[in-house]
Design a protein around this ligand. Sequence first.
Ligand SMILES: *Cc1c(COP(=O)(O)O)cnc(C)c1O
Length: 377
Amino acid sequence: MVPGIHRPAVVRVNLSAIKQNIENEVNHLDPDQKLFAVVKANAYGHGAIQVAKVAEEAGASGFCVAILDEALELRENGVVKPILVLGVVSPEYAPVAAANGISLTVPNLEWLHMAQEALERENLQLKIHLGIDSGMGRIGFSEDDEFIEANKFLENNPNFFVEGMFAHFASADSSDDTYFKHQVEKFKHMKSLLTVKPKWIHVDNTAASIFDKDVHSDLVRFGIGIYGLNPSSNPSSPDLKSNVELKPALSFVSELTHVKTIHKGDGVGYGSTYVADDDVIIGTVPVGYADGWIRKFQGFKVKVGDVYCPIVGRVCMDQFMVLMPKEMPVGTRVTLISDNPDDPNNIKAAADYVDTIHYEVACLLSDRLPRVYYYDE
Ligand SMILES: *Cc1c(COP(=O)(O)O)cnc(C)c1O
């Protein structure tokens, strides 16, 4: 999708905040622990290359992505540090990963056999992390026999270098630790079956680290914290308190492109879900669901100039309308998402409003929105 550089609608990304968040986390870690910056999904919508460069400056030792293409994008842009693909890559691409020094996750024994065939043909060695399903129910080994067999298969196997072993938590952001502890026990058990010696054994995501869940992890896969967001995102429970200072990096701004007065009985938007009961002032903002600003935002208050105004009528594909208490000119700034956590249109409040989590709101912001990078003065 072409970025709209001739339209006043941009995602602003504060690289000083990103740098500071990573530095704060690095300082929070034990000296022997490493930070891998999770920059999957275009760095949660913030821009993978820009975030990766800043993360390196801030002390990240490596990167995690979700798919092989994201890893290749980093390599093509000069990133030389370790990169781990967290998802399952088809074993036929094991040689591509190996040739680019990219580490892949092993989801099961069958995958290892298939990857080996491909690697043998090209006489390559692949760096791998053994995925463990300790209770996420997603990918990785969970049966003893299969894991023991995989270990045997890997001993003195020239096509693989066992760089890591890891699992992922399902509920590290919850104040109820029952399932978390169950996952820790399962992982410890799988670890006791190891006969190969991975360099890095890791389980921590942002939540496990900043809430000090105290499971030792050779590296922390730091994702949402990079972007200054507290992962504790269940709207019905209060946030767990982060032991690392986090500053949100993302804001989403636009401008009024049209302002008018409508009269009693006039409708706004598809289906006329809003009908004026008097003379009212309506402003139009050139952002819609094609930008990731979904229809559920109808009714949410965005900041127009210095006042919070509700979105009236349905959000269209490319535009939405707001009800304004006073006349304001075309060109007036509209803040859809504020990077100030105290503002009512902060990203968590926006996510709560549309019944989701801030991860999703950030990831949905589409490529049509240019990302504008800046540093604090
Ligand atoms: C996305 C992801 C992370 C990062 O999680 P955050 O909550 O953003 O810190 C870590 N590990 C795995 C396996 C992931 O998929």
